[in-house]
Design a protein around this ligand. Structure first.
Ligand code: THU
Length: 147
């Protein structure tokens, strides 16, 4: 358990680092995500916005698409941190509905862990861990359209 806790703390650290790359001049809200693969490799992502708004993308999807475009499909957990750039991180940043759906596409077991941290201080009291099935119950997916 201790080992897993340290691994998750390291994942949050990577998400905080990825957040520094956020391109978010329109919302001023910077998000970082770090995706842990079963191989223990980590793929990161930050949110990237556009003046046309619609092409903007969340940090979580950037991390997933980074991994998938590298041929990786086995995922264990994702750490997410976010908040307004002009403030300290003080709230949990939960994944949006679209990102939850993308997670379900690539983590069909739904035992995938979503780790959120509400501070730069990576301490257990600032961390919450959920399973994807908790954040996306009764999901729609491949199972529904298979013959
Ligand atoms: N955003 C993320 O990157 N991930 C989330 O979990 C929530 C929202 C981004 C999208 C947009 O660039 C900015 O945060 C404000 O919504």
């Amino acid at each position: 358990m201790r080992k897993e806790e340290n691994r998750y703390k390291e994942l949050i650290k990577e998400a905080l680092k990825a957040r520094e790359k956020s391109y978010s001049p329109y919302s001023g809200f910077a998000v970082g995500a770090a995706l842990l693969c079963k191989s223990q490799k980590i793929y990161t992502g930050c949110n990237i916005e556009s003046a046309a708004f619609e092409p903007s993308i969340c940090a979580e999807r950037v991390a997933f698409f980074n991994a998938v475009s590298d041929g990786v499909y086995d995922f264990e957990a994702i750490a997410i941190v976010g908040g307004l750039k002009k403030q300290n991180i003080s709230e949990y940043c939960f994944p949006c509905g679209v990102c939850r759906q993308v997670m379900s596409e690539f983590c069909p077991g739904l035992e995938f862990k979503i780790i959120v941290c509400k501070s730069r201080d990576i301490d257990v009291e600032n961390i919450k861990i959920y399973t994807l099935s908790e954040l996306l119950p009764h999901s729609f997916g491949l199972k529904n359209i298979e013959d």
